[in-house]
Design a protein around this ligand. Structure first.
Ligand SMILES: *Cc1c(COP(=O)(O)O)cnc(C)c1O
Length: 401
């Protein structure tokens, strides 16, 4: 059997055909919104579309966007990818193409705030209900599935902002046993750490805005499928009719980001390891949450499921967290006090527990208590960048001491 092409090679060459003399060595940005077409090449309705359309109209497909889609398909080992204008556009597209009135969704009770709010505020208006559970507990996932009604389990691993993991292979078995599909938001892991489709997931979604872009200068999202039959509903139903298309220029920036993703992830992980150890030993720090630490409660699952522990960590502190957040926002010099993650430069942001529980997760009782036990009054989410480690340590130490 042929040796499988390596990830670093795929990040550079995946999806590109053989080059001919005269071909450019970098991708072209095709900005055209429509393309010369043969009268019978394509039907006028997206409903007649099968597979990936020839260049026709850029909301349907575009050569620069398609190269990005093909490269992501290669990196995730999938049957195809549809790219969208943002991570939220990708996740909305997946939910609205997979779920109909009367259907039920099982969702991580700790996940990207926008997804928790989409599931709890918007989907119910269309008759779709969601149950939020702690998906790090496989028994809780099994108990939340309603036979014949649940149509999708959506997990985020590691989950923002407490870096809790969910066992993809175990949850895929549970979901498939009940005839339910599994989607995995793998934004924080990236395809460098984990390939969810190879562990049994049916869909893998990314906010391309984060590590894949890497430079904090383009929004994008993607859904990669294991079964080619799932592509048409995503492209004709969700992309073409809901319209969340990715701009060719953003696709080009994302392709450029992908070229260095493997190397950046190694550096992000190495810096995160050093910063996680520094923070763990600091007397003002109460806890450090990073999947690569031996002290992470799921270190065994990290070893099984992540080839790279990624560069996102969170920490909690002794004393007044809000006062420290104010100090960090004012006094950090190297690290930016800003949202988002996965950028070359370090980003840090404070997430107060009561705010996120109330506005996004809406957890109560035991689920809220379990989040509070991990996050205390709030977590400092730190996307460790590629700066020299000692400069990051000095910047934090000045504010923490
Ligand atoms: C940022 C993010 C999203 C949303 O992506 P956008 O590109 O901002 O729309 C979804 N999931 C995770 C895990 C994220 O970090």
């Amino acid at each position: 059997m042929a040796r499988r092409i390596g990830t670093r090679t795929l990040a550079l060459h995946g999806g590109a055909g053989p080059a001919k003399p005269g071909d450019p060595v970098s991708p072209l940005i095709v900005t055209a919104t429509s393309f010369h077409t043969e009268p019978d090449a394509i039907g006028f309705s997206a409903n007649d579309l099968a597979g990936t359309p020839p260049p026709f109209y850029t909301r349907w497909g575009n050569p620069t966007v398609q190269l990005l889609e093909d490269r992501l398909t290669a990196l995730e080992g999938g049957a195809g990818t549809v790219a969208f204008g943002s991570g939220m556009a990708a996740i909305s597209a997946l939910f609205l193409s997979r779920l109909s009135a009367g259907d039920h969704l099982v969702l991580s009770n700790v996940c990207y705030a926008g997804v928790a709010e989409l599931a709890q505020d918007i989907l119910p208006r269309f008759g779709i209900t969601a149950t939020l559970v702690d998906t790090s507990n496989t028994d809780a996932v099994a108990a939340a599935i309603r036979p014949g009604v649940t149509r999708l389990v959506h997990i985020e691993t590691p989950a923002n902002p407490i870096l809790r993991l969910s066992d993809i292979a175990a949850i895929a078995d549970i979901a498939h046993g009940a005839g339910v599909a599994l989607s995995v938001d793998s934004t924080i892991a990236t395809p460098i750490a984990t390939q969810p489709l190879s562990l049994g997931a049916d869909y893998v979604v990314h906010s391309l805005t984060k590590y894949i872009c890497g430079h904090g200068d383009a929004l994008g999202g993607s859904v990669t499928v294991r079964d080619a039959d799932q592509l048409a509903p995503l492209r004709s139903g969700a992309l073409i009719h809901h319209g969340g298309a990715l701009s060719p220029f953003a696709a080009w920036l994302l392709l450029r980001g992908l070229e260095t993703l493997p190397g950046r992830m190694s550096l992000h992980e190495a810096n995160a390891r050093i910063l996680a150890h520094f923070l763990s030993q600091h007397r003002s720090v109460k806890s450090v949450l990073w999947p690569g630490l031996d002290s992470h409660p799921q270190a065994e699952l990290t070893a099984r499921q992540m080839r790279n522990a990624s560069g996102l960590l969170s920490f909690t502190v002794q004393g007044d967290s809000k006062a420290l957040a104010d100090r960090l926002a004012r006094d950090l010099k190297v690290i930016a006090y800003a949202v988002s993650l996965g950028k070359t430069k370090s980003l840090l942001f404070y997430i107060p527990t009561e705010d996120i529980l109330r506005s996004s997760f809406r957890l109560e009782g035991e689920a809220a208590a379990s989040y509070r036990a991990i996050a205390g009054s709030g977590v400092f989410r730190f996307s460790v960048g590629l700066e020299d480690q000692d400069d990051l340590i000095d910047d934090l130490a000045r504010c923490l001491d």
